[in-house]
Ligand binder design. Sequence first.
Ligand SMILES: [Zn+2]
Length: 421
Amino acid sequence: MQDIPATDAFTLMNVTIPGCFLGRPEDLITTHLHIRDGKIADTGGIQIDMNRAMVLPCFTDMHTHLDKGHIWPRASNPDGTFLGALTAVGDDRSANWSATDVATRMEFALKCAYAHGTKAIRTHLDSIPPQDGISWPVFAEMREKWVGRIDLQAASLVGCDSFDNLAKDYAPTANIVAQHGGALGMVTYPVPDVKQRLTDFFTLAGDRDLEVDFHSDETMDPESETLRLIAETVLETGWDRPVTVGHCCSLSTQDEARAMNTLDLVAKAGLNIVSLPMCNLYLQDRHAGRTPRGRGITLVHEMKARGINVSFASDNTRDPFYAFGDLDMIEVMRQATRIGHLDHSDTDWPKAFTSNPSKAMSIDSSFLTPGAPADLVICSARDWTELYSRPQADRMVLRNGVKIDTTLPDYKDLDHLMETA
Ligand SMILES: [Zn+2]
């Protein structure tokens, strides 16, 4: 691939760009891209022939778990199930998650994401006390340290059944979240009083003017319909701040008419949906000695057809919820495309990895338009089949028009944290 010189004004000649980023209906367009003073511009400078290399804007990874990442060597999942993951993480959290431990793994994960071409991340943070008091200050420090490289957000993570009295017992954590400019989060399970718990949750968030971010229906049990309850609660209360809901796997096993009716409510309520297909493949429909039948992916095409803002993200990396992963959004694109059949479909799916998640996170969602920062991922691949057939380990990443070092951190850097007692 042609190298990019460090210069203020240049033009990338013959680059291949998904039409959706240029406001056009075509799938891929071969064109020129002008860059001036670190921004996409109307006029460029030195011409560099890129031989049809694909150019994508840097990614937004809107659902991750930086606080859990990379604990696998000391806390593996005993059987690959959701319950196995919950138990293994809980044990590891109480034994090992000091501020130094969380910060070291978080930093490692951010280095990976940055080198792969990601510019914005939302992480969930396990926030059951006393972990909230440990992880949120670490997050705030990390957000400051990474300013200008990765735009970092966080959402609190607790189970809706973690407290006897959610309204009272989750309030101190909600205060910590508000103090650190985070989003209030919760895992919704179909417990008998989940509706009341949702109402209390929205009150806690509303009183503090917080955005909200849920893990919902991460199960193949069709009876789990908490996404529907969230949509109903939003509509009943007239809630008008951004709401994100992740997973929504059970829609894939529900009666078709019922699922479509729920999606109509989700569209009406204006919820943002994020699908985590790699983690779903790992955890869903897993039974020892039995081949998995279901993929766990939520109904992304039917959502998109209703105008719902759909995104894809990494979710867990090398922890008991997902044994693999490196916060590489090209991998997420490749896997989501294969698992969800995003190919042979609308040409604007690439937005589900870039501008759609940015919209859901209420951050700048202008990509590749004049005036936008020249934050680019450039691959030697010239079309989708070339892009998705190889890992693109030789990709080039530009930030503000300047090539960055894409060397990944060494796993050995974490060895000292993995010694178990
Ligand atoms: Zn998650």
